[in-house]
Write a protein that binds this ligand. Structure first.
Ligand SMILES: [Ca+2]
Ligand SMILES: [Ca+2]
Length: 322
C-alpha cells in the first residue's frame, strides 16, 4: 500500500511530460484518435500493466489516464473500444493426466461473466472446473464432467471427484474424438447449468442449485482417464478487457478523484455494486468491457489494459519531437 502510494505520487509529481511523435493532421500521437467533443486524443492499449505503470506509460506520450467527466466522453470511449474489439478462437490442449489448465493463464478472464461457451474434441472425460480462486481446484470448485465413463455419462460435482449433484446418462456420446462439440456452462444465482450448443440457456442437460454456493471467477479444463483434449474458446484482442482510467481513491478511501488533476467526480458510471473495495484493496478504477463498459474499482497492482488521454499539439499539422 505504502509502496503503491509512493510509486503513484512519484510519477504524478516528478515525471516530466514529454511530447513524442505526433500524428499528422490531428495533433494526436500515433495510433491515437481525437474526440472533437473535448478536443482530446485517446489511445487504447492492449498490453497489460499496473495502474501506476499505465499512468507512467501515458505520461511518456505526453498524457495521463483518461478523466471521464461526462457521459459523452464515456460514450465516445465505449464506441472506440467496441470498434477495436475482436474475438477469435483460441485453442488449449489438455493431456491425458487429469490436470486442470486455468484459461486465465491464456488471458481469458471470465470474472464478471456468468457463463462461458467452448468447443471440445476428446474421446471421453472432458472436465471443466469452475473455481473461486485462480489455479486452485482443491477447494471452492464445481467440477463438471462431460462424456465420462467411456463417453456415456455427464455430471456436476460440488468439488473434485465428489458426489454427483446432477447426472445425465441420456446422451450416450456427448463428445467426439474427431470433431469439436459445442457446449455452454452458466453460473447464475447459485444455479450451475450445462448445455449443448452456443446458445446459453438452451439444450440444457445438467442443472444443480447449490444451497451453499461459492463465487465462480476462474474456469479450467482437463482431460485424462485415457483421453487428451483440444478446447476452443473465444479470446478477445483486449485481455482481460479491463481498461484503467484516471480515477483513484488511494489517498482517502471512498473519496474518488481524477488524478493527477485531483478533480472530484462530476459524473460516474459505476457497475452495480461497484465500487466495492474488495478485501479493502481496490483503489483504482477501470472500464469493464464485459460489464457494458461500466466502471469497477480494482487492485491497482493487477495488470490491466489501459487508455491514455493527451491534449493535441496545437501545431497539429507538423511532426515534432522526433
Ligand atoms: Ca478503495
Ligand atoms: Ca470492485
Amino acid at each position: 500500500m505504502r509502496l503503491i502510494m509512493w510509486k503513484t505520487w512519484f510519477i504524478l509529481t516528478f515525471f516530466t511530460v514529454q511530447t513524442s511523435t505526433q500524428q499528422l493532421g490531428t495533433g494526436c500521437p500515433s495510433g491515437f484518435v481525437k474526440y472533437n467533443g473535448n478536443q482530446k486524443c485517446y489511445g487504447f492499449v492492449a498490453s497489460q500493466t499496473t495502474w501506476a505503470s499505465a499512468l507512467e506509460y501515458c505520461s511518456i506520450v505526453g498524457g495521463t489516464l483518461p478523466q471521464i467527466t461526462d457521459a459523452n466522453i464515456q460514450a465516445f470511449l465505449e464506441a472506440q473500444i467496441s470498434s477495436r474489439y475482436k474475438e477469435s478462437n483460441y485453442v488449449i490442449s489438455t493431456e491425458n493426466n487429469y490436470h486442470y489448465h486455468y484459461i486465465m493463464d491464456n488471458g481469458i478472464d471470465v470474472r464478471g461473466q456468468t457463463s462461458i461457451t467452448f468447443e471440445v474434441m476428446a474421446c471421453n472425460d472432458a472436465h471443466i472446473a469452475l473455481s473461486k480462486d485462480n489455479g486452485v481446484d482443491s477447494r471452492d470448485t464445481y467440477e463438471i464432467v462431460i462424456g465420462g465413463w467411456g463417453d456415456h455419462q455427464s455430471v456436476i460435482r460440488d468439488c473434485k471427484q465428489c458426489a454427483h449433484m446432477d447426472t445425465n446418462v441420456q446422451q450416450q456420446h456427448p463428445i467426439d474424438c474427431q470433431n469439436y462439440s459445442s457446449f455452454w456452462v452458466s453460473w447464475t444465482n447459485n444455479v450451475i447449468k450445462v448445455g449443448k450448443g452456443n446458445d446459453v440457456g438452451k439444450q440444457t442437460f445438467l442443472t444443480w442449485n447449490d444451497t451453499a454456493p461459492h463465487d465462480v471467477n476462474y474456469v479450467a479444463f482437463s482431460t485424462g482417464f485415457g483421453a487428451t483434449g483440444k478446447w476452443k474458446v473465444k479470446r478477445g484482442n483486449y485481455n482481460p478487457g479491463l481498461f484503467w482510467i484516471g480515477a483513484s481513491d488511494l489517498a482517502s478511501e471512498g473519496n474518488w478523484l481524477w488524478l493527477p488533476s485531483k478533480q472530484k467526480f462530476s459524473y460516474s458510471n459505476w457497475a452495480p455494486t461497484e465500487p466495492d473495495n474488495i478485501n479493502y484493496y481496490e483503489h483504482c478504477a477501470l472500464i469493464d468491457l464485459h460489464r457494458g463498459y461500466k466502471w469497477s474499482d480494482d487492485n491497482c497492482e493487477e495488470r490491466r489494459n489501459f487508455i491514455c488521454e493527451t491534449i493535441p499539439n496545437d501545431e497539429g499539422n507538423e511532426v515534432i519531437g522526433k
